[in-house]
Design a protein around this ligand. Structure first.
Ligand code: TYM
Length: 342
């Protein structure tokens, strides 16, 4: 136990992904890659499929079920080790929705009204439900239920983690005095990828890659479909020989996700210099497809194997849910008691 605190000293890593479609390059470079790397850091690791959050946009129950399987398989195929990390479905831990209510009662409307993600969805024509509005409270409950200390996410989720900090603080300020140590919920810290490009991966149109904007490339796309997806990356009609500022060539940003620095610098320099030997956009696309094949080829195969054994997959998720529930029910009990319930 940390001195005077109801949680232990070590780090608890936690993050989630919505099963609102197939995981894309933004999910991978902004989040999943960090999750895989952090498995090697000392501490506990919780990763979950945010199916309750997906209900804010889901219309098709069958597709939701499939997407849940898909996110689980994506994690495992890319190397999440269920012996080291707890992988589970958000909805398998009902305690989280109870914690959500406790947090809702200490959260001002103003905090939610300032959420960028909510405002952004409205700006893109999404008709808001109450669930969409209160989405950050459920996310805070996800984080606080497991005493998470590190939350590795992409930039678009940074504000949501800060809101979880605010909610923990409000709850602790109201009820902390009644518990030993003065804190009911542990303060989480967000962790973004160091490079801006990885924290906010662009989509094929140059905006942030997002399922809502329809500009994604699926991690496991392959063959003709992959070529087609890469073919959608925005270019212009300038000739290869024309010298160009590499910062304005979206394809180079995509290549920067995959290539090592010397090779990337070489492509950039050739694009900048122009002339008869300069690569055209077609060359950059061919290299990107190759790089994606190399990066994800082995995981594509593992994905197919995993999909063939749904029983084992379900067993992994159930084992994860058991561990997750145990932790969340301790936190819920602590929070209820602090608030005068139980
Ligand atoms: P979601 O499903 O939208 O995205 C999952 C993760 O992928 C990151 N991400 C990106 N990173 C870089 N560039 C992009 N273009 C990009 N698009 C997505 C997201 O930042 C995220 O880390 N609310 C969350 C799910 C969630 C959660 C949580 C996360 C629910 N509860 C608790 C952390 C902790 C979401 O909708 O992520």
């Amino acid at each position: 136990m940390a001195a005077g605190k109801p949680w232990s000293e070590g780090n608890v890593f936690l993050s989630g992904i919505q099963p609102s479609g197939q995981a894309h390059l933004g999910n991978y470079f902004g989040a999943i890659r960090q999750h895989l790397v952090s498995q090697d850091e000392a501490g506990e690791h919780f990763y979950f499929i945010a199916d309750l959050h997906a209900l804010t946009t889901s219309r098709d129950p069958e597709a939701l079920r499939e997407n849940v399987v898909d996110v689980a398989v994506t994690y495992l195929a890319l190397g999440l080790d269920p012996e080291r990390a707890v992988l589970f479905r958000q909805s398998d831990v009902p305690e989280v929705t109870e914690i959500q209510w406790l947090l809702a009662c200490v959260t001002g409307m103003g905090l939610l009204e300032r959420a960028h993600s909510y405002k952004d969805k409205l700006a893109h024509g999404v008709k808001p439900s109450v669930g969409l509005f209160t989405y950050p409270i459920l996310m805070a409950a996800d984080i606080l239920a497991y005493d998470a200390s590190v939350v590795p996410v992409g930039k678009d989720q940074k504000q949501h983690v800060e809101m979880a900090q605010d909610m923990a603080q409000s709850f602790n300020a109201r009820y902390g005095a009644s518990v030993e140590g003065g804190e009911v919920f542990r303060r989480p810290e967000g962790r973004l990828p160091a490079a801006e490009l990885f924290a906010k991966v662009p989509g094929v149109d140059g905006e942030k890659m997002s399922k809502t904007y329809g500009n994604t490339i699926w991690i496991f796309e392959e063959g003709k479909k992959l070529k087609k997806a890469v073919g959608r990356i925005l270019t212009d009609s300038r000739e290869p020989a024309e010298p160009k500022d590499p910062a304005g060539v979206l394809l180079l940003d995509f290549l920067a996700l995959f290539l090592d620095e010397p090779e990337l610098a070489d492509w950039r320099e050739r694009v900048r210099a122009g002339g008869p030997d300069a690569p055209g956009y077609g060359h950059l696309k061919v290299r990107l497809v190759e790089a994606m094949d190399a990066a994800f080829g082995p995981a594509r195969e593992r994905r197919l194997e995993l999909l063939a054994d749904r029983g084992e997959l379900e067993a992994v998720l159930r084992r994860g849910a058991e561990v997750a529930r145990e932790r969340a029910s301790c936190t819920l009990d602590r929070a209820y008691r602090a608030a005068g319930i139980r």
